[in-house]
Design a binder for this molecule. Structure first.
Ligand code: ADP
Length: 462
C-alpha cells in the first residue's frame, strides 16, 4: 500500500501511516509459531469492544525479537492487514539525529494519531536505538534519547488495553533495552522470530516464487538446502536477483543456473558470517551431534543439580554426563586436530567442570572420600564465596580437590575421544544427515546411530 507521511505541526512528524497494508498471514512463511501467537491480537483488533465487554486482558505492547530480515515488519503489517486496521510505523533509529524535543513530540503525535484512529496497530522498528538502558551514555547519557524514551513510557501507560491500540516493537538486541520498557502494561510480551530452518526456507521460497516463472529443473527444496543462514529477506532477494539475471540473459524462465549464480553472489556478500563459512558449520554440526547423546531432548539446556533434588543420581551417571559434555570438544580435536579446537565448547566445559567439582566436594565421589568438603551454602558459582570457602580449608585439601577434579575430567575426555575415534563412521553419517536436515530429533538421531553400533541405543533421561 502507499505510505502517507504525516506532516503534523512543529514536529514535522515523519511516522508512516498505511490505511490498509494489504499484507496477510499467507505472505509470511516459515514462522508459524509467531503467527499463532498473534491470532488473538488480530481478533482483538477486529472487534475490541467484544473483548472489552467481558473484561479480557489483551497485551498493549509486544516485543518482536530477532535478527534483521526475518519478517518482523512483514508480520506486523500482516497483523494489521488481517484485522483490516491502519498501520502506523516509526523507526527508532530516526530519532538519533533529531533536534532536542523533537523525538518526544513525535512520539506524542504518533500516539495521538493512533488513538484517534483506533483500532489500529503501531509498529516501532529498531526500538533499541531509543530504548537503550538510561543513563549509560558517556557523560550521563543522551538527554534527547532519554526524553524520547520517557515519552514512550508515558504514552504506553497513558492508554488502557481496551483503547484498541496495539503497539509492536522490533529489536535484535533485547538485552540492552531499559528494563522499564518491559514492565507490565508496556512491552510485557515477547515473541521471538529466528532465522528460518530448512523447511521454513522452503516455505518462504514458495511465497517468493509465486509470481515468477520457474523452469522445471528448479527445485525449491534443493535451494532451501543450499541456503543455511539465509533470512527471509535474503531469500526474497535471491529469487528477485535470479529473475533479473534470467531477464538479462533473455530467458523466459528462471533456471537453476540463475539461482546458483544468485546464491553465490549473496553468499559472497555475507562473507565472514558464521553460518556461510563451510568449515564452521561443520564444526557446529559435529559439536551438536555428539553432545546430543547425553543431553537427549534437552538440546541447549543447562544441566544443574538442584540441592533439593530428590532423585538419586549415581556416580556412573554423573561421569557419563561429563563424558557426554566433553563430546563436542573431543569431536573437534579428533576430527580437525588439536590446533583447530574452538571456543564453541566453553558452555560445555563450564558444566562438566561444575559436575566434576560437585562429585568431589559435595557427593563424596572421589578418592578423597565421603566428606562434604565445602559448605553447601557456598556451592555457588560466585568466585568470592568460593575463595572464602577455600580460605577456611587447608592448602593440601584445596590441592587434592583440584587434582581430583582434573583427574575425573581427563579420564572422561580420553573416553570421549575414544568414542569418537571408534565410531567415526557413525559420526560422519550423522554429520552428513545433519548438514542436510540441520535438526535431528532424539529418535531420528538414535535410529541413525543404531545402524552403526552393536549396543542398543537407549534414551537417557536427565
Ligand atoms: P525485519 O523487519 O525482520 O528486518 P522484514 O519484515 O523487513 O524483516 O523483511 C524484509 C522482506 O523480506 C519482507 O518484506 C519479505 O519480502 C521478506 N521476508 C522476510 N521474512 C519473510 C518471511 N518469513 N516470509 C516471507 N517473506 C519474508
Amino acid at each position: 500500500g502507499p505510505n502517507l507521511p504525516f506532516g503534523l505541526g512543529r514536529s514535522k512528524a515523519k511516522f508512516q501511516m498505511e490505511p490498509n497494508t494489504g499484507v496477510t498471514f499467507n505472505d509470511v512463511a516459515g514462522i508459524d509459531e509467531a503467527k499463532q501467537d498473534f491470532e488473538e491480537v488480530v481478533e482483538f483488533l477486529k472487534t475490541p469492544e467484544k473483548f472489552a465487554a467481558v473484561g479480557a486482558k489483551i497485551p498493549k505492547g509486544v516485543l518482536l525479537i530477532g535478527p534483521p530480515g526475518t519478517g518482523k515488519t512483514l508480520l506486523a503489517k500482516a497483523i494489521a492487514g488481517e484485522a483490516g486496521v491502519p498501520f502506523f510505523s516509526l523507526s527508532g533509529s530516526e530519532f538519533i539525529e533529531m533536534f532536542v524535543g523533537v523525538g518526544a513530540s513525535r512520539v506524542r503525535d504518533l500516539f495521538n494519531k493512533a488513538k484517534a484512529n483506533s483500532p489500529c496497530l503501531v509498529f516501532i522498528d529498531e526500538i533499541d536505538a531509543v530504548g537503550r538502558q538510561r543513563g549509560t551514555g558517556i557523560g550521563g547519557g543522551n538527554d534527547e534519547r532519554e526524553q524520547t524514551l520517557n515519552q514512550l513510557l508515558t504514552e504506553m501507560d497513558g492508554f488502557t488495553a481496551n483503547t484498541g491500540v496495539i503497539v509492536l516493537a522490533a529489536t535484535n538486541r533485547p538485552e540492552i533495552l531499559d528494563s522499564a520498557l518491559l514492565r507490565p502494561g508496556r512491552f510485557d510480551r515477547q515473541v521471538s522470530v529466528g532465522l528460518p530452518d530448512i523447511r521454513g526456507r522452503e516455505e518462504i521460497l514458495k511465497v517468493h516464487s509465486n509470481n515468477k516463472r520457474l523452469d522445471n529443473d528448479v527445485s525449491l527444496d534443493v535451494i532451501a538446502m543450499r541456503t543455511p543462514g539465509f533470512s527471509g529477506a535474503d531469500l526474497a532477494n535471491l529469487m528477485n536477483e535470479a529473475a533479473i539475471l534470467a531477464g538479462r540473459r533473455s530467458k523466459d524462465k528462471i533456471t537453476m543456473k540463475e539461482i546458483d549464480d544468485s546464491i553465490d553472489r549473496i553468499v559472497a556478500g555475507m562473507e565472514g558470517t558464521q553460518m556461510t563459512d563451510g568449515k564452521s558449520k561443520i564444526l557446529v554440526a559435529y559439536h551438536e551431534k555428539v553432545t546430543l547423546i547425553p543431553r537427549g531432548q534437552a538440546r541447549g539446556l543447562t544441566w544443574f543439580i538442584p540441592v533439593e533434588d530428590s532423585d538419586l543420581i549415581s556416580k556412573q551417571q554423573l561421569f557419563a554426563r561429563i563424558v557426554g559434555g566433553l563430546g563436542g570438544r573431543a569431536a573437534e580435536e579428533v576430527i580437525f586436530g588439536e590446533p583447530e579446537i574452538t571456543t564453541g565448547a566453553a558452555g560445555d566445559l563450564q558444566q562438566t567442570t561444575q559436575i566434576a567439582r560437585q562429585m568431589v566436594t559435595r557427593f563424596g565421589m572421589s578418592e578423597i572420600g565421603p566428606w562434604t568438603l565445602i559448605d553447601p551454602s557456598v556451592q555457588s558459582s560466585d568466585v568470592v564465596l568460593r575463595m572464602l570457602a577455600r580460605n577456611s580449608m587447608s592448602e593440601k585439601l584445596a590441592e587434592d580437590i583440584d587434582s581430583s577434579v582434573k583427574k575425573i575430567t581427563e579420564t572422561a575426555y580420553e573416553i570421549a575421544k575414544n568414542h569418537i575415534r571408534n565410531n567415526r563412521e557413525a559420526v560422519d553419517k550423522l554429520v552428513e544427515v545433519l548438514l542436510e536436515k540441520e535438526t535431528l530429533t532424539g529418535d531420528e538421531f538414535r535410529a541413525i546411530l543404531s545402524e552403526f553400533v552393536d549396543e542398543p541405543v537407549i534414551k537417557i533421561d536427565r
